[in-house]
Write a protein that binds this ligand. Structure first.
Ligand code: GDP
Length: 203
């Protein structure tokens, strides 16, 4: 299929414990599946705190990015963040994330296809459910906010983790899947998504 190989990108998705408990596994898979991406790996696990810590330690920029994003979200609502130091804020978030992610079963998946990282982030919605737009998974299926989560000293319950960049995906996927657990196969729909000539349709 002309064009296929150079258009493949992979991303990690985790349906977090709140998504599993809210019976949203099927809905999440449906949304990613129907946009044209391909599911190439899937498993249900109860992560240990150690596994959760590895997951939230792979990106050296994570603390700065997460803390900055959160402080900006507080300020955009006219609220005062609990601290103006992004690293301090993110370290607090990281501690709550270890409890959250290891609190029960999660479903880890690898999705593959053109622009997989960006497409999955778009369908998932922005980190804080209060500001995720309707139509996204976080916008449609949950109601949490940074202020509610921080005042209860817990993680924002936003149903899903999805890799933020291709580099992040490449670091995260091996933490959850061995190479032989990620399947190589073609979907019939990929002919219409990727083939440059569409010369296989008419008989
Ligand atoms: P994501 O890539 O959209 O999941 O967002 P981040 O990597 O920035 O944050 C990781 C996770 O930490 C989020 O999905 C939330 O569950 C949680 N989180 C992020 N920011 C905050 C915050 O300011 N307060 C609290 N309590 N949790 C947060």
């Amino acid at each position: 299929m002309q064009n296929y190989d150079k258009k493949q990108e992979r991303t990690l998705v985790i349906v977090k414990p709140d998504g599993v408990q809210r019976s949203l596994i099927g809905e999440v898979i449906k949304r990613y599946e129907q946009c044209g991406l391909k599911l190439v790996a899937l498993k249900m696990v109860i992560p240990s705190r150690d596994q959760a810590l590895k997951h939230y330690s792979v990106d050296p920029e994570w603390a700065l990015k997460t803390g900055t994003k959160s402080i900006e979200a507080w300020k955009a609502k006219g609220l005062t963040p609990p601290t103006n130091d992004p690293i301090e804020l993110a370290e607090g978030v990281r501690k709550t994330l270890l409890d959250f992610l290891s609190s029960g079963p999660v479903v880890a998946m690898v999705w593959q296809g053109m622009h997989a990282v960006g497409v999955i982030r778009k369908i998932t919605g922005s980190t804080e459910p209060l500001s995720s737009v309707p139509g996204t998974i976080r916008g449609d299926y949950t109601i949490d906010s940074y202020s509610a989560a921080d005042s209860d000293k817990r993680s924002v319950r936003n149903i899903i983790h999805a890799s933020g960049t291709v580099a992040e995906a490449n670091n995260e996927i091996p933490l959850w899947f061995n190479k032989n657990e990620i399947l190589n196969y073609r979907l019939v729909a990929e002919e219409i998504l990727y083939d440059a000539n569409l010369d296989g349709i008419l008989e």
